[in-house]
Write a protein that binds this ligand. Structure first.
Ligand SMILES: N[C@@H](CCC(=O)N[C@@H](CS)C(=O)NCC(=O)O)C(=O)O
Length: 255
């Protein structure tokens, strides 16, 4: 029998399903996606923000199918194929899209080199401080360790919160910092419902900033229905904490 992860809902739902349906035609850029994956959503947000033509292909990365391992030897989504060449790692792909499709009307990096560097600096903070704290908080079963991780996550977000210029992180422009963070903001209800997280506890203006990210059109268009996330996260949170899937996650597999 395979891992339960192989049995996740097979395709996007809600607004994301409409977006998938609009991107079935062959294009130079093929986007290998898993509808549920926050790293995938980063790339998807950039594709939608920038209006880049792409063909959507759904992959279940837990199946480790040969055709997909040929695209990404790590077997992780997201991945892309552009004119026959493959690339993976969410932020690397986002940067590639910026370089390969030079900004005409929209861009997720500022024009000024110093500002670009600052955006990369804060994107790194999201990736190295916020995301690991969030992921470990969901997986942790021990109550005291959960409290410690909640404090760690809140602190990492407070550091960001203090820098938000508004309406977006870097001001008027919706940048890679917002892109890198948005998928975890749209999923923070999981830690709010099960781990005591509160947007208000992060600091003044955070709840408003989070709501702004959540309602950004590119974020809305790439979001599936909550019920199907509950199926996935539920097994790490409560009764199924001892399931094979949960053990695999704790053993280092990512989701
Ligand atoms: N660092 C990678 C992480 C990608 C990742 O962990 N994707 C998960 C789904 S959310 C995956 O493909 N997991 C399959 C596995 O662990 O076997 C990125 O930023 O793209």
């Amino acid at each position: 029998m395979g891992l339960p992860d192989e049995n996740i809902h097979p395709h996007a739902t809600g607004r994301a399903a409409t977006t998938v349906a609009e991107h079935q035609e062959p294009q130079d850029l093929i986007f290998y996606s898993g509808w549920f994956c926050p790293y995938v959503q980063r790339v998807w947000i950039v594709l939608e923000e920038r209006g880049i033509p792409y063909q959507y292909k759904e992959v279940n990365p837990y199946k480790k199918e040969a055709h997909f391992l040929a695209i990404n030897p790590k077997g992780l989504v997201p991945a892309i194929e552009y004119k026959g060449r493959a690339l993976y790692e969410s932020l690397t792909i986002c940067e590639f899209l910026e370089d390969a499709f030079p900004p005409s009307t929209s861009s997720v990096l500022p024009a000024d080199p110093f500002d670009r560097a600052l955006v990369r600096l804060w994107t790194d903070h999201v990736n190295k401080q916020v995301v690991p704290a969030y992921m470990r908080l969901i997986q942790q079963q021990d109550a005291q360790k959960q409290r410690d991780l909640l404090a760690e996550l809140t602190k990492a977000l407070q550091t960001l919160c203090a820098q938000v210029k508004g309406p977006y992180f870097f001001g008027e422009q919706f940048t890679l910092v917002d892109v890198a963070l948005a998928p975890w903001v749209t999923r923070d209800w999981v830690v709010a419902e099960h781990r005591g997280y509160s947007r208000e506890a992060v600091g003044a203006g955070w709840a408003e900033y989070a709501a702004r990210l959540e309602s950004r059109e590119s974020v809305v268009k790439t979001q599936s229905e909550r019920v199907h996330f509950t199926e996935i996260y539920g097994r790490y949170l409560r009764d199924e904490a001892q399931s094979e899937g949960a053990k695999a996650i704790r053993a280092g597999r990512s989701f």
